[in-house]
Design a protein around this ligand. Sequence first.
Ligand SMILES: Cc1ncc(COP(=O)(O)O)c(C=O)c1O
Length: 466
Amino acid sequence: MKLIFEKSVPGRKMTVLPACDVPEVCLPAGMTRAEKPALPEMSEVDISRHYTELNKRVHGVNCGFYPLGSCTMKYNPRIDEEMAALPGFTDVHPLADKADVEGSLEVLGCAKKLLCEISGMDDMTFQPAAGAHGEFTGVLLIKQYHDARGDKKRTKIIVPDSAHGTNPATAAMCGFDVVNVASNPEGGVDLEALKAVLGDDTAGLMLTNPNTVGIFDKNILQITSMVHEAGGLCYYDGANLNAVMGIVRPGDMGFDCVHMNLHKTFATPHGGGGPGAGAVGCKKFLAQYLPKSALMEGEGHIQMRSFMGNFLVVVRALTYILTLGKEGIPEAAETAVLNANYLMEKIKGTFTPAFDHVCMHEFVLDLAEYKKETGVSALDVAKSLIDRGIHPPTMYFPLIVHEALMLEPTETESKDTLDMAAETFRELYQLGYDDPQLMHDAPHHAQIGRPDEVLAARNPVLRYKK
Ligand SMILES: Cc1ncc(COP(=O)(O)O)c(C=O)c1O
């Protein structure tokens, strides 16, 4: 497919403007371009076809099954989009007087109240633009807390070895030393290993529960009180809240601070880089350090992002919470867990789950043995799924499972879809024994086969060059 710039034909345009019937006014000298911008010149129909063609080449939640572990690619109800598209919200000027945007402030206040209730926190900011940005904000709160007490020796943040990569990255960016703590054979935190690393240099612990192997750590109250006894604070990475929302609350598990990925759990279409919102909640004693927001008076707070953050993501989240209600929120979590367990059970007997017990909203397959027997890797299976209309699961994560495929079906998938997916996994399992080369060469029907992902990440070419 040609790039839009390559389709450009000099002089071709979309609209024909009537002759100018008012006096021409020139821009002041120095404010005009020396050259015309290099925009493609096209007719309206060609532009429409170009983008429709691009759309057909992308796999989204609206195209088919998307079990991308850790990413909660659920179907996002249309009503959330309708609310976020209301001109009263989209046309708000970020510098408008508070008195002129009372409706928007009401949305922020209401969303804060409900999300504090869901997370068990006392206060919240909507400034951070994503989960990782929320982690950064939350760990800065922890840092400010220790600094304000003059407790300068607390230089270490403890992170389990199953953690999402953003956790150690955040701790390091906030200037802390990262201390890894091992997992036990059940996939939870090893309490002895935790005890060994706790001390008067512990600033805090970052933890996801359920964690990235889909396990709810039943020792959580013990873990958080061990950290508190050592003088540290507990940060909850809420990226996996979809498994427990409305059922248990991070605040009741002993956490002091939390982020929630509104774009995952509370329905905003995401992927490809945004937009998102990493709402950060905290207990009362940390609230004084929260970033300044449109709801706060006074100076002296840190500023994490411009204005009110990604406000329309909060509008979607509020709509989602209000439409599901007090009964619907836990029901969605329960269905997410049920769907994950159903799919895991249907796949069992072929690919092997990394941890053989009831999972939460996602599970990890361990293909190490299968690869030894067939030569077919997790990557080969992922690429073969593309040919069958299924988005690949998350691959090679978490790092503690070596040939990992991590599946998160979410609550919005039907039994038929899960049955179809399980059947596809079973078929691919057998294909690995019958015709492994076919899987090494997959995908056979996608636009792009196996790009050099390291090169693409290290040397991204984001601009068109002739
Ligand atoms: C467990 C976990 N923590 C943090 C993040 C970071 O969230 P975001 O991608 O919104 O920055 C993710 C994202 O996948 C995650 O799965």
